[in-house]
Write a protein that binds this ligand. Structure first.
Ligand SMILES: *Cc1c(COP(=O)(O)O)cnc(C)c1O
Length: 393
């Protein structure tokens, strides 16, 4: 076989639904020399990662650490550890990730009831209450930030519903962690998971999770062993906690990367980071409105880190994306499932959330529209500039 040359990735501006651009110092951390996963110095890294994750999640939960695997492994960890065959589980479905939660829960043996909302809309406490119809459930599951549509579901009001149903509250924080306030303890969340490649600006590969004391109790009270050996928290927790017992070899360099990514988040400050994400999203929305582009999610239910734009009638959605990639090296996402060909998805996440990227994306979209014969009347840059001028004052 001919030896291929070393791989050199092309230059890309990652403004899709993830991965987001990796911070340069995170790339440097990934390239540091590998040490043993039981080395005393590595144990310090693990402890520091856990401490920083607690701050990001807004929790004092002891059982807080990153699982090996991507965000979906975090989802599966929460569900397989808390579900035993026959358990009733209520899942909010307003996009791809709620749909995926149903599938994972079913495979773990749960009796799943889906709470449906139109894709692009949020789910409310009353939606869950109505769908439950007075029955009892082991888990109430919700996606905080539905990346497939750009809709934000408020989590705090779901605690009262979970209490009425006798359920633990499980939340997907993959696209919210590091980009939007996440307050597990204040909201009364029992289990949550996230991923590294959205608002944390780290490559994909780890799934931070957090379990409340009540979820830990449920784990200890299981009648059957957890169906997945790899994701069994009763085993994995012995490596991250007390005994430091070997379970599987931790992805050491990925943990260096996450350590640095979390450090960067806290160095910026959570409030400042959320404000930066919100400011850039609002400027982007103003620019889109000036070009008469419509957004899928109504403003009150709209996600800051990810914006879904309706593809205007007569436009080839894939062609515009190709134009952005070829002419500007800008990657944006398309629609999934029923929204395929109907929306574009733009992520302004982590290091990708900058004024420069907002203006680049507005410019590239404007020229993409012109290339297909529609010249927007309004000036997107003036509109964005107004938002920036306001937020400085
Ligand atoms: C990306 C994402 C996931 C899945 O994460 P992977 O890293 O792709 O496995 C789950 N939930 C939400 C809301 C996401 O955005």
């Amino acid at each position: 076989m001919d030896l291929p040359p070393p791989f050199q990735p092309p230059e890309r501006v990652l403004l899709g639904p993830g991965p987001s651009p990796t911070a340069p110092s995170v790339l440097q951390a990934l390239a540091l020399p590998t040490i043993g996963h039981l080395d005393p110095r590595f144990l310090d890294v693990m402890d520091e990662v856990r401490g920083m994750l607690r701050t990001l999640f807004g929790t004092a939960n002891e059982l807080t650490f990153p699982m090996s695997g991507t965000g979906s492994a975090g989802m599966e960890t929460c569900l397989v550890n808390l579900i035993e065959p026959g358990d009733a589980v209520l899942v909010g479905v307003n996009g791809v990730f709620g749909t995926r939660m149903c599938e994972v829960a079913r495979r773990a043996g749960a009796e799943v009831t889906a709470v449906e909302a139109e894709w692009g809309r949020a789910l409310t406490a009353d939606d869950f209450r109505r769908a439950a119809g007075g029955a009892k459930f082991k888990l109430l599951c919700a996606v905080h930030a539905e990346t497939s549509t750009g809709a934000l579901t408020e989590i705090a009001p779901l605690r009262a519903v979970a209490d009425e149903l006798g359920a633990m509250l499980v939340v997907d924080c993959v696209t919210s962690l590091g980009g939007l306030p996440v307050e597990l303890d204040a909201w009364g969340v029992d289990a949550a998971y996230s991923g590294t490649q959205k608002c944390l600006s780290c490559p994909p590969g780890l799934a931070p999770i957090s379990f409340s004391a009540r979820a830990e109790e449920a784990l200890r009270a299981r009648k059957q062993p957890v169906q997945s050996w790899y994701l069994d928290l009763t085993l994995v927790a012995n490596y991250w906690g007390g005994e430091r017992a070997y379970h599987h070899t931790a992805p050491i360099n990925m943990l260096y990367g996450l350590h640095e990514a979390l450090r960067l988040v806290l160095e910026e400050g959570l409030e400042q980071r959320f404000a930066r994400h919100a400011r850039n999203a609002r400027a982007f929305w103003a620019g889109l409105a000036a070009m008469e582009l419509e957004l899928l999610a109504p403003e009150a239910e709209r996600l800051v880190p990810l914006t879904s734009i309706r593809v205007p009638d007569g436009f080839d959605a894939a062609e515009v994306r190709r134009f952005l990639l070829e002419q500007y090296a800008v990657e944006i996402g398309g629609g999934l499932g029923p929204l395929k060909g109907k929306i574009w998805r733009v992520g302004l996440m982590g290091n990708g959330s900058t004024r420069k990227n907002v203006e680049l994306c507005l410019s590239a979209l404007r020229l993409g529209l012109i290339a297909q014969g529609r010249r927007p009347r309004g000036d997107p840059f003036d509109a964005a500039q107004e938002v920036y001028a306001e937020s400085v004052a």
